[in-house]
Design a protein around this ligand. Structure first.
Ligand code: SAM
Ligand code: SF4
Length: 407
């Protein structure tokens, strides 16, 4: 009698924050691991895998401690071997530190053939020595659909990966590169048709700059590319389409009247999320933000004039920020709220590993800044966090390579 081979369980750890990464990773495995060798399963936070199994955990810097705590809990309480792999922006920036936190392997870079090879080796009973596994150069975005066709997990459609800007606080260009890779329209058509055929009635998108779809730089947006994307989403049968709102914010330079009209005509969102970050020219310049305060405010005004409620990102406590800088930011905050009906999305600076500001100390928030944010939050005109998380940046060779790339 021939015994049928049993697929090896590969769990993807699923939290409130990593569904997009889980969807991409499972899409890669579906394409790269021979059919029937592994069985993909979701493992909600707080759950436990059943060994023998492999667990994939993708997390940000904020999620790193709870991911490590989950692994420690499984190590103590799970019968049967459980191997664990870490990936994502934090693990890629701090691979050695992440290994020391209890993971068997850390995959550095975008999930791809190296992660698939690791899963295959474990499933075939030949796990490699513990350590860091490096992915090769990132492939075109069309290589893998945004989610597995099995339907196990679904997420907003990633239309662009990588960002040509180099804001010093941000991990995106360091992990995903500075050449934007866009999903092509023919690939998107397949994705949209599959989504609609499997019962999905609306779509959101993921992009570092949603209005930059198809473009090489936020200053050169391509309205015909954005129109093609939105028209395709409608033609394929989505009842609702959301672009330019979480998780696809926009850069101020791309907020042109033509693009605003396109979004208004084709999309269902009446908010538009964009980053200004600071009301101080000097701070924006140091952040290598690539736009001025006036450009940011003008973009907010244009969005409001076109009928959108602007949702505007600011970061407070940026390194080196003085009370004078904070006072300028408060003035801009009041202006966009009062003159343009904006809602403020307030962030407190986090020194993220892999970025040039990984080791920079956050500036203290002045009493006036805290009071203003409290007042606006109470009035429903601001949201966000003003509690600084305790984060420990780490020195990473990957970060040094990224800094050299950034020039
Ligand atoms: C996902 S990011 C996308 C930003 C968008 N690409 C832009 O340039 O406006 C969303 C927001 O997170 C905030 N953010 C990013 N990195 C941060 C950091 N290191 N500390 C605090 N806030 C941060 C910024 O306000 C940013 O606008
Ligand atoms: S903050 Fe936005 S524009 Fe700046 S580097 Fe990150 S993704 Fe790009």
């Amino acid at each position: 009698m021939v015994r049928e081979a049993v697929a090896f369980p590969v769990y993807a750890w699923l939290t409130r924050y990593n569904a997009g990464s889980v969807a991409s990773v499972l899409s890669v495995l579906e394409a790269e691991v021979p059919r029937g060798l592994v069985e993909a399963r979701l493992l909600p936070r707080g759950g436990s895998p059943v060994g023998p199994a492999l667990v994939l955990l993708s997390f940000t810097t904020r999620g790193a401690a709870s991911a490590a705590a989950e692994v420690a809990r499984w190590r103590q309480g799970i019968p049967g071997p459980v191997w664990v792999v870490a990936g994502g922006c934090h693990a890629s920036a701090c691979p050695e530190e992440t290994l020391r936190a209890g993971f068997d392997w850390v995959v550095v870079g975008e999930a791809g053939v190296a992660l698939a090879g690791l899963c295959r080796a474990v499933a075939e009973g030949r796990p490699p020595p513990r350590g860091v596994v490096k992915e090769g150069p990132p492939p075109p975005l069309d290589t893998y659909p945004p989610w597995p066709t099995s339907g196990l997990v679904f997420s907003p459609v990633e239309i662009t990966r990588g960002c040509p800007m180099a804001c010093t606080f941000c991990q995106t260009p360091r992990l995903l590169g500075r050449v934007p890779r866009h999903r092509s329209l023919p690939a998107l058509e397949r994705v949209f048709r599959h989504a609609v055929a499997t019962g999905h009635r609306y779509t959101r998108f993921v992009a570092p700059n949603a209005l930059g779809y198809g473009a090489d730089h936020p200053r050169n947006p391509l309205p015909h590319a954005v129109e093609g994307l939105l028209a395709m989403a409608r033609t394929c049968g989505f009842g609702s389409v959301f672009l330019g709102t979480f998780p696809s914010e926009v850069r101020p330079e791309s907020v042109t009247p033509e693009l605003l009209n396109l979004v208004r005509d084709h999309c269902d969102n009446r908010t538009l999320a964009m980053g200004l970050q600071s009301g101080s020219e000097e701070v924006l310049r140091r952040l290598q933000r690539g736009h001025t305060v006036a450009e940011g405010v003008a973009a907010v005004a244009r969005a409001a004039q076109a009928g959108f409620r602007p949702l505007v990102d600011f970061i407070f406590g940026l390194p080196g920020e003085t009370e004078e800088d904070q006072s300028r930011t408060r003035d801009v905050v009041r202006h966009v709220v009062n003159a343009h009906g904006a809602r403020v999305h307030a962030h407190v600076f986090e020194p993220l590993p892999g970025t040039p500001l990984a080791h920079a100390a956050p500036a203290p928030l002045s009493r006036r800044t805290v009071d203003l944010l409290g007042e606006l939050t109470g009035e429903g005109k601001a949201q966000g966090s003003v509690g600084t998380p305790a984060l420990t940046p780490c020195p990473s060779p990957w970060y040094r390579e990224a800094s050299v790339r950034d020039g």
